[in-house]
Design a protein around this ligand. Structure first.
Ligand code: SAH
Length: 216
């Protein structure tokens, strides 16, 4: 990724105050969050808010997630560098960029083509070459490249879609917000020898996962 020096100071303060202080420990995640220029994933009119502690609009009634949410969901995947990761809900592409610095290949699915278009441009300008984007219903996953060592869903689902459980590799990890359309609980899933182990973490509020395996 191309280094971006603009807003570097704000970015480092964001990581210290919002991410390290709240308990994120994975040093690779912390480094990635210090590197990726969040401001380039949103409209210029929001640049001065880019490193604040909340989600921001990205158009099409969608949002870029809160930085802390991105960091803690990514940390749960325990990425070492050689994994293939599936992301559902490309949105701005910010989470995609963080993942791309931490694993070998990212496959990211978005249902709104305008968002994919913008995300593709931003990610290309930053020099990423290990990211695949597609426009389709991500509640059905991306079966052509399955299985995935990690799956991250950045939209709220009524239940964990069966397709995503199927496409998770053995010893793979998944994080996904599950609940109603207004608020959810972050769910964490591990798959070992075909069996699913599921844990619930903190409350969260994501835009709905709209599709065959999500909200109709
Ligand atoms: N990770 C993104 C979050 C974007 S918000 C970011 O930080 O920018 C969640 C995204 O999920 C929205 O862009 C929305 O359009 C998308 N989404 C909702 N349902 C989807 C589905 N079934 N398949 C793919 N993307 C979906």
């Amino acid at each position: 990724m191309i280094e971006v020096s603009e807003w570097k100071h704000e970015r480092e303060r964001m990581v210290e105050e919002q991410i390290v202080k709240r308990g994120v420990k994975d040093t690779r995640v912390i480094q990635a969050m210090k590197k990726v220029p969040r401001h380039l994933f949103i409209d210029k009119t929001y640049y001065h808010q880019a490193y604040n502690d909340y989600p921001l609009p990205i158009g099409q009634s969608q949002t870029i997630s809160q930085p802390y949410m991105v960091a803690s969901m990514t940390e749960l995947l325990e990425l070492k560098g050689d994994e293939r990761v599936l992301e559902i809900g490309t949105g701005s592409g910010y989470q995609t960029a963080i993942l791309a610095l931490l694993c070998s290949k990212v496959y990211s699915v978005e249902r709104i083509s305008e968002l994919t278009k913008k995300a593709r441009l931003t990610l290309e300008q930053l020099g990423f070459s290990n990211i695949n984007l597609i426009v389709r219903d991500g509640s059905l996953g991306w079966p052509e490249f399955a299985p995935y060592n990690g799956i991250i869903v950045t939209a709220g689902a009524p239940e964990i879609p069966d397709a995503l459980i199927e496409q998770l590799a053995n010893n793979g990890r998944m994080t996904i917000p599950v609940g109603n359309e207004a608020c959810q609980t972050l769910n964490y899933v591990e798959k070992h020898k075909g069996r699913i182990y599921r844990k619930e973490f903190f409350g969260c509020a994501f835009v709905p996962l709209v599709g065959k395996g999500g909200w109709k």
